[in-house]
Design a protein around this ligand. Structure first.
Ligand SMILES: O=C(O)c1ccccc1NCC(=O)[C@H](O)[C@H](O)COP(=O)(O)O
Length: 208
């Protein structure tokens, strides 16, 4: 099981996260309406942390994403909007980075929508449908994932909280393509700042 802690931006909080939890990835949100938006002014203080950095984008341009990859030293790009398979492919060729495509899950899931992306992206991420695109703090019906038909690995996201630890373990035991989890607002003291001891408690329990 792998861990991505999303919505980080405070350098002291990132330092604590990296030292205490050592997550597999840290997510930086480059979507201006988000309360977790990361300004370019923070690039110098963030880029040298020794943790894999995933940039989260919602319908951003190729130029904007390429600029952030360079400025922040991103290792992966998470496409959290309506980006096409062609766009994902061009981005992968241009940046050489790992590309993740997000699907927002509502009452039902149409797995056919994923097919055009499956030979392009490195990973899918399933988050709860919301008008704000992400960071809703709400879970979706995980039973839908039992029908996931592809070999491509995916991350589970959307409102994950400490009380879900056992259910997450059960789900992963049933679905080998589930490579990890993405946590965010349920571990915050305020938008963009995580409660590191809570993250540690959760992760210490889950990774065993
Ligand atoms: O977190 C945000 O503010 C956000 C806004 C717009 C697009 C994506 C966003 N977050 C990306 C993530 O990967 C979150 O971790 C994911 O949406 C789950 O968040 P939460 O429901 O708070 O656990």
């Amino acid at each position: 099981m792998r861990l991505k802690v999303c919505g980080m931006r405070d350098p002291d909080n990132i330092r604590d996260l990296v030292e205490v939890v050592q997550p597999d990835w840290m997510g930086l949100i480059f979507y201006p309406p988000s309360p977790r938006f990361v300004e370019n002014a923070l690039a110098e203080s963030i880029r040298n942390f020794r943790v894999n950095k995933v940039g989260v984008f919602v319908n951003a341009s190729m130029e904007e994403i390429s600029e952030k990859v360079g400025l922040f030293g991103l290792d992966a790009i998470q496409l959290h909007g309506d980006e096409s398979p062609e766009f994902a492919n061009m981005l992968k060729e241009k940046t050489g980075k790992s590309v993740w495509k997000v699907f927002l899950v509502g009452e039902e899931m149409d797995w056919e929508k994923l097919l055009p992306y499956q030979n392009i992206v490195d990973c899918f991420l399933f988050d709860t449908f919301s008008k704000s695109h992400g960071g809703s703090g709400k879970t979706f019906n995980w039973e839908l994932l039992l029908d996931y038909p592809l070999p491509t690995p995916f991350m589970l996201s959307g409102g994950l909280a400490i009380e879900h630890a056992d259910a997450i373990k059960d789900l992963q035991a049933k679905i080998p393509q589930m490579q990890g989890i993405d946590i965010n607002s349920k571990f915050e003291t305020k938008p963009g700042v995580k409660d590191i001891s809570l993250v540690r408690k959760f992760w210490d329990y889950l990774k065993t």
